[in-house]
Design a protein around this ligand. Structure first.
Ligand SMILES: Nc1ncnc2c1ncn2[C@@H]1O[C@H](COP(=O)(O)OP(=O)(O)O)[C@@H](O)[C@H]1O
Ligand SMILES: [Mg+2]
Length: 147
Protein backbone atom coordinates (compact mmCIF):
# COMPACT_ATOMS: atom_id res chain seq x y z
CA UNK A 1 0.00 0.00 0.00
CA UNK A 2 1.40 3.40 -0.79
CA UNK A 3 0.55 6.99 -0.13
CA UNK A 4 1.85 10.35 -1.27
CA UNK A 5 2.58 13.05 1.27
CA UNK A 6 2.76 16.61 0.01
CA UNK A 7 4.18 18.25 3.13
CA UNK A 8 5.91 17.69 6.45
CA UNK A 9 2.56 18.14 8.18
CA UNK A 10 0.87 15.58 5.95
CA UNK A 11 3.53 13.01 6.84
CA UNK A 12 2.93 13.75 10.53
CA UNK A 13 -0.82 13.34 9.98
CA UNK A 14 -0.39 9.99 8.19
CA UNK A 15 1.89 8.73 10.96
CA UNK A 16 -0.51 9.98 13.62
CA UNK A 17 -3.30 7.97 11.99
CA UNK A 18 -1.08 4.88 12.06
CA UNK A 19 -0.04 5.62 15.64
CA UNK A 20 -3.64 5.43 16.82
CA UNK A 21 -3.84 1.82 15.57
CA UNK A 22 -0.75 0.67 17.44
CA UNK A 23 -0.52 -1.41 20.61
CA UNK A 24 2.28 -2.41 22.93
CA UNK A 25 4.55 -4.91 21.25
CA UNK A 26 4.23 -3.39 17.79
CA UNK A 27 7.41 -2.75 15.81
CA UNK A 28 7.80 -0.34 12.90
CA UNK A 29 10.89 -0.07 10.76
CA UNK A 30 11.48 3.13 8.79
CA UNK A 31 13.60 2.94 5.68
CA UNK A 32 14.66 5.86 3.52
CA UNK A 33 17.59 8.15 2.72
CA UNK A 34 18.82 10.86 5.04
CA UNK A 35 16.19 13.62 5.32
CA UNK A 36 13.50 11.52 3.66
CA UNK A 37 11.29 11.96 6.72
CA UNK A 38 11.82 9.02 9.09
CA UNK A 39 12.10 11.18 12.20
CA UNK A 40 9.23 13.37 10.99
CA UNK A 41 7.14 10.21 10.70
CA UNK A 42 8.17 9.21 14.24
CA UNK A 43 6.97 12.63 15.47
CA UNK A 44 3.50 11.74 14.17
CA UNK A 45 3.57 8.43 16.04
CA UNK A 46 4.53 10.38 19.16
CA UNK A 47 1.63 12.75 18.60
CA UNK A 48 -0.82 9.84 18.50
CA UNK A 49 0.63 8.59 21.79
CA UNK A 50 0.33 12.09 23.34
CA UNK A 51 4.06 12.33 23.96
CA UNK A 52 4.85 15.88 25.12
CA UNK A 53 8.63 15.71 24.68
CA UNK A 54 10.06 16.73 21.32
CA UNK A 55 11.11 13.70 19.27
CA UNK A 56 14.28 14.39 17.34
CA UNK A 57 17.22 12.59 15.74
CA UNK A 58 19.65 12.13 18.57
CA UNK A 59 23.23 12.47 17.37
CA UNK A 60 24.84 10.00 19.71
CA UNK A 61 21.91 8.20 21.26
CA UNK A 62 20.86 4.97 19.61
CA UNK A 63 17.79 4.36 21.77
CA UNK A 64 15.50 6.99 23.24
CA UNK A 65 12.49 6.19 25.41
CA UNK A 66 9.46 8.48 25.51
CA UNK A 67 6.45 8.18 27.79
CA UNK A 68 2.96 8.77 26.45
CA UNK A 69 -0.25 6.72 26.38
CA UNK A 70 2.18 3.95 25.48
CA UNK A 71 5.94 3.91 25.88
CA UNK A 72 7.77 4.70 22.64
CA UNK A 73 11.17 3.09 22.03
CA UNK A 74 12.80 5.14 19.28
CA UNK A 75 15.89 3.54 17.80
CA UNK A 76 18.16 5.26 15.31
CA UNK A 77 20.58 2.54 14.24
CA UNK A 78 22.54 4.83 11.88
CA UNK A 79 25.57 4.92 14.18
CA UNK A 80 25.67 1.16 14.49
CA UNK A 81 26.63 1.09 10.82
CA UNK A 82 27.53 -2.47 10.15
CA UNK A 83 28.78 -3.30 13.63
CA UNK A 84 26.49 -6.03 14.87
CA UNK A 85 25.11 -4.66 18.09
CA UNK A 86 22.23 -6.22 19.98
CA UNK A 87 20.10 -3.67 21.82
CA UNK A 88 18.14 -6.57 23.29
CA UNK A 89 14.82 -5.23 22.01
CA UNK A 90 13.00 -8.55 22.41
CA UNK A 91 13.17 -7.94 26.17
CA UNK A 92 11.55 -4.51 26.32
CA UNK A 93 9.67 -4.41 23.00
CA UNK A 94 6.47 -6.00 24.47
CA UNK A 95 6.26 -3.09 26.93
CA UNK A 96 5.73 -0.44 24.30
CA UNK A 97 5.85 0.58 20.65
CA UNK A 98 9.21 0.32 18.91
CA UNK A 99 10.18 2.49 15.93
CA UNK A 100 13.49 1.75 14.21
CA UNK A 101 15.21 4.16 11.82
CA UNK A 102 18.02 2.66 9.71
CA UNK A 103 16.86 -0.95 10.34
CA UNK A 104 19.39 -2.00 7.69
CA UNK A 105 22.01 -1.72 10.45
CA UNK A 106 19.96 -3.75 12.89
CA UNK A 107 18.60 -6.45 10.58
CA UNK A 108 19.99 -9.42 12.51
CA UNK A 109 18.05 -8.45 15.62
CA UNK A 110 14.66 -7.58 14.12
CA UNK A 111 11.66 -9.57 15.34
CA UNK A 112 9.87 -11.93 12.94
CA UNK A 113 6.91 -9.62 12.44
CA UNK A 114 6.99 -5.88 11.91
CA UNK A 115 5.63 -3.13 9.72
CA UNK A 116 8.09 -1.85 7.15
CA UNK A 117 7.66 1.73 5.99
CA UNK A 118 9.68 3.04 3.07
CA UNK A 119 9.87 6.78 2.56
CA UNK A 120 11.15 8.19 -0.70
CA UNK A 121 11.72 11.81 -1.64
CA UNK A 122 9.95 12.56 -4.91
CA UNK A 123 10.28 16.34 -4.83
CA UNK A 124 11.19 19.01 -2.25
CA UNK A 125 8.03 18.57 -0.24
CA UNK A 126 6.73 15.37 -1.75
CA UNK A 127 7.28 11.90 -0.33
CA UNK A 128 6.11 8.46 -1.35
CA UNK A 129 5.32 6.37 1.74
CA UNK A 130 5.09 2.63 1.13
CA UNK A 131 3.74 0.28 3.79
CA UNK A 132 4.95 -3.33 3.66
CA UNK A 133 3.45 -5.56 6.34
CA UNK A 134 5.43 -8.52 7.63
CA UNK A 135 2.97 -10.68 9.53
CA UNK A 136 -0.80 -10.89 9.97
CA UNK A 137 -1.06 -8.24 12.64
CA UNK A 138 0.52 -5.69 10.30
CA UNK A 139 -1.54 -6.79 7.31
CA UNK A 140 -4.60 -5.80 9.36
CA UNK A 141 -3.10 -2.44 10.26
CA UNK A 142 -2.21 -1.67 6.65
CA UNK A 143 -5.75 -2.59 5.57
CA UNK A 144 -7.07 -0.08 8.13
CA UNK A 145 -4.67 2.57 6.86
CA UNK A 146 -5.82 2.06 3.27
CA UNK A 147 -9.46 2.89 4.17
N1 LIG B 1 6.38 15.51 2.78
C1 LIG B 1 7.37 15.53 3.71
N2 LIG B 1 7.42 14.55 4.63
C2 LIG B 1 8.41 14.51 5.54
N3 LIG B 1 9.40 15.43 5.65
C3 LIG B 1 9.36 16.44 4.76
C4 LIG B 1 8.36 16.53 3.76
N4 LIG B 1 8.61 17.64 3.01
C5 LIG B 1 9.70 18.20 3.53
N5 LIG B 1 10.18 17.51 4.57
C6 LIG B 1 11.37 17.87 5.38
O1 LIG B 1 12.37 16.88 5.20
C7 LIG B 1 13.13 16.73 6.41
C8 LIG B 1 13.04 15.30 6.88
O2 LIG B 1 13.90 15.16 7.97
P1 LIG B 1 13.86 13.93 8.96
O3 LIG B 1 12.45 13.60 9.29
O4 LIG B 1 14.78 14.24 10.09
O5 LIG B 1 14.46 12.78 8.02
P2 LIG B 1 15.23 11.44 8.38
O6 LIG B 1 14.90 11.06 9.79
O7 LIG B 1 14.72 10.46 7.36
O8 LIG B 1 16.69 11.73 8.18
C9 LIG B 1 12.50 17.69 7.42
O9 LIG B 1 13.23 18.89 7.42
C10 LIG B 1 11.10 17.89 6.87
O10 LIG B 1 10.53 19.12 7.27
MG1 LIG C 1 16.15 10.54 11.46
Amino acid sequence: MDMISHSTQETIDIAERLGRLLQNGDVLILKGDLASGKTTFTKGIGKALHIKEVINSPTFTILKIYQGDHTLFHIDAYRLENNLYDLGIEEYQPEGITVIEWPEYYETFLPEQYLEINIKEIADEEREIVFVPHGERYEEIVKEMAC
